[in-house]
Design a protein around this ligand. Structure first.
Ligand SMILES: [Mn+2]
Length: 287
C-alpha cells in the first residue's frame, strides 16, 4: 500500500499544469484538433486503461529521444476497476503528463470518453459500479486529503487535451467516431472552432464522437468528407486480438492487454488500407 505522505501533491500538480500548457501549445493545434505536419512518422496506440506495462513498452518502442520526427499518440489512459490489478489509471495519467512535458512536440494524449466523463463529473457505470467512484477512491488512497486538488489538475489536463489529429495523408485519429444517427455537425472545422464549454456538453458532436461505436461501411463513408480523411484510426472498442478492421476505413487499436497492437505510419505519403494493415503490429512478440 502506498503511503500518501510519500507522494508530493504540489510537485505533480505543477507537472500536470505544465503538461496542460504543452497541450495547448502543440504545433498545429487549433481548437480541439491537431493538424500534423507532412514530415516524420507517427505511432498510434489504442486504449491503455491504466496498463502501465504496456505504456512503458510503447514509450520504449517509440524511442522519441532518438527519433525527433516521430510522434506518439496515446489515448484513454483512464479506466478504473481493472480487476485484481486495482486502479492504476492515475499513475498512467501522471506518467503521460511527465512524458508530454519532456517531449512536448512529440507526444499527444487524445481525450477518451472516460476522461470526458471524469472532467465533467458524468457518471459511467459498468458491472453495477461507478467508474468515477473507483477512480476517486484510488486518488484518495494515493494522495490522502489532497486528492481533490489532484483531480482538479487532471481535469485541467483533460480540458486541454486534443480530441482528434488529422494528417496531410488523410488520416483522422480520435478515440472514436460517432454513430451514423449522430454525425451532427462533426467536421474538421467544427473541431477547430468549437469552444471547450460547448464541446464538453453531454449532447455535443464531440461527445457523440467519443462515445460512438458504429462501424457500418456506409457510416464510415459518410465521415470521409466532413473529416477530410480516407481512414479512421480509433480505440474505444475492446478487441480481443488487440486490433480490428471492421470495415474498409476503420482501424481499431486496443492496448489494454497482452495482445495489444499499435500502428506505425509515415505522414508524407498516401496510404492504402493494406499499408495500414501491414504497419499494425503487436506490442509484444509471440514466442
Ligand atoms: Mn472509450
Amino acid at each position: 500500500m502506498d503511503d500518501p505522505s510519500q507522494r508530493n501533491a504540489d510537485e505533480i500538480i505543477a507537472i500536470i499544469r505544465k503538461a496542460a500548457s504543452a497541450n495547448l501549445d502543440s504545433r498545429g493545434r487549433e481548437g480541439l484538433l491537431i493538424e500534423l505536419p507532412e514530415h516524420g512518422n507517427l505511432i498510434v496506440a489504442g486504449d491503455l486503461h491504466g496498463n502501465l506495462a504496456n505504456l512503458e513498452r510503447l514509450v520504449a518502442k517509440a524511442d522519441l529521444k532518438n527519433h525527433p520526427k516521430r510522434q506518439l499518440v496515446l489515448q484513454e489512459l483512464v479506466h478504473p476497476l481493472n480487476g485484481d490489478m486495482g486502479d492504476n489509471s492515475w499513475r498512467a495519467v501522471e506518467a503521460v503528463a511527465r512524458l508530454k512535458v519532456r517531449f512536448p512536440k512529440q507526444v499527444h494524449c487524445l481525450l477518451g470518453n472516460h476522461e470526458f466523463a471524469e472532467t465533467v463529473g458524468l457518471e459511467v457505470g459498468k458491472r453495477g459500479k461507478s467508474l468515477n467512484q473507483g477512480f476517486a477512491e484510488a486518488l484518495e488512497q494515493a494522495y490522502g486529503h489532497r486528492w481533490e486538488d489532484i483531480r482538479e489538475a487532471y481535469r485541467q489536463f483533460w480540458r486541454t487535451s486534443p480530441m482528434a489529429l488529422h494528417t496531410p495523408n488523410r488520416l483522422f485519429i480520435a478515440h472514436s467516431t460517432p454513430h451514423g444517427d449522430r454525425l451532427g455537425k462533426l467536421s474538421l472545422d467544427y473541431l477547430r472552432r468549437v469552444s471547450p464549454v460547448e464541446a464538453f456538453r453531454k449532447d455535443s458532436a464531440a461527445f457523440h464522437m467519443l462515445w460512438g461505436r458504429d462501424y457500418r461501411p456506409e457510416v464510415a463513408d459518410a465521415l470521409v468528407e466532413p473529416l477530410e480523411a480516407e481512414f479512421f484510426i480509433v480505440g474505444h472498442t475492446p478487441c480481443e486480438g488487440g486490433m480490428s478492421m471492421p470495415n474498409h476505413r476503420h482501424l481499431i487499436l486496443d492496448c489494454t492487454h497482452y495482445d495489444a497492437h499499435y500502428v506505425a505510419l509515415p505522414l508524407g505519403c498516401a496510404l492504402t488500407l493494406e499499408d495500414i494493415k501491414a504497419r499494425t503490429r503487436r506490442l509484444y512478440p509471440l514466442f
